[in-house]
Ligand binder design. Structure first.
Ligand code: SF4
Length: 255
């Protein structure tokens, strides 16, 4: 099997994105929010939790807590109770209170608009920061890599890396900056609707002819694109700020 050249890979990626764009013209962040603070809170809550569950909890939460002061000044036990239907709610409650106190202390109560300032907040890693920048402010700072993006990246033969930061860098070298935000939405929507972790619907997949992992109904690899899984030559990082490794506070899955 011949190894896919960078030019061939770029052409395949373009074709994949064009098809995903036409398949999901309405793709968007599925967390519900009305302002940057609500998106910040929702994204912190979404780590290792489904958007659907986060939206259920935030429907009430956002009516009760409207400003950073509301969170920072909340009784810790009360806020924990308000978040109890979210996984890791104690850690998340603590991080949200601390992050909101930092917004009051250092950002005049506003959500900052830079990656460096966002990742300095408790509970906020690069993924959360990219979600907020891209969806609340329209700032293309990076590519959100959650569990769906990581899975699609591997199945599509884009990268064998498992480190979200390396996956993000790979996409940043392949896709123009003005599409970094929508790229993650397309991949997340496809991961949720077609290319699930356990049972990908390859037979109905719109990009199966471009996917080296496509299988027929009996699980046999389908004819189509063949991509060597040899490691491709690393490319220089795309533009961006210094990265912070993921931590328990921002492990990846979610949004
Ligand atoms: S062909 Fe199958 S593995 Fe490839 S993207 Fe589609 S659903 Fe996922």
């Amino acid at each position: 099997m011949s190894r896919e050249t960078q030019a061939e890979l770029r052409k395949r990626v373009e074709s994949i994105l064009a098809l995903l764009a036409s398949t999901y013209p309405e793709a968007h962040c599925e967390l519900q929010f009305r302002n940057p603070l609500e998106l910040l809170i929702a994204t912190v809550l979404s780590a290792q939790c489904t958007d659907k569950q986060v939206n259920i909890v935030t429907a009430d939460l956002f009516e009760k807590y409207k400003t950073p002061s509301d969170y920072a000044g909340a009784d810790p036990d009360v806020l924990e109770q308000d978040l109890r239907r979210i996984g890791l709610f104690r850690n998340k409650a603590r991080n949200i209170r601390a992050a909101c106190q930092a917004l009051l202390d250092h950002h005049a109560g506003e959500v900052p608009r830079t990656l460096a300032e966002l990742v300095a907040l408790d509970g906020v890693g690069r993924k959360t920061a990219n979600v907020v920048l891209g969806n609340a402010f329209g700032i293309e700072e990076g590519v959100v890599v959650d569990t769906h993006v990581a899975r699609l990246t591997s199945r599509l033969g884009i990268s064998r890396e498992t480190d979200p930061v390396k996956i993000e860098s790979r996409w940043m070298t392949l896709v123009p900056r003005d599409r970094w935000s929508i790229l993650s939405h397309w991949l997340i929507w496809h991961g949720r609707r077609r290319c699930g972790a356990r049972a990908p619907d390859c037979a109905g997949c719109e990009i199966r002819h471009l996917c080296p992992s496509a299988k027929d109904a009996s699980g046999v690899p389908a004819p189509g694109v063949k991509v060597s899984r040899s490691k491709t030559k690393p490319e220089p990082r795309g533009p961006g700020k210094p990265v912070r490794r993921r931590s328990a506070a921002d492990p990846g899955p979610g949004i």
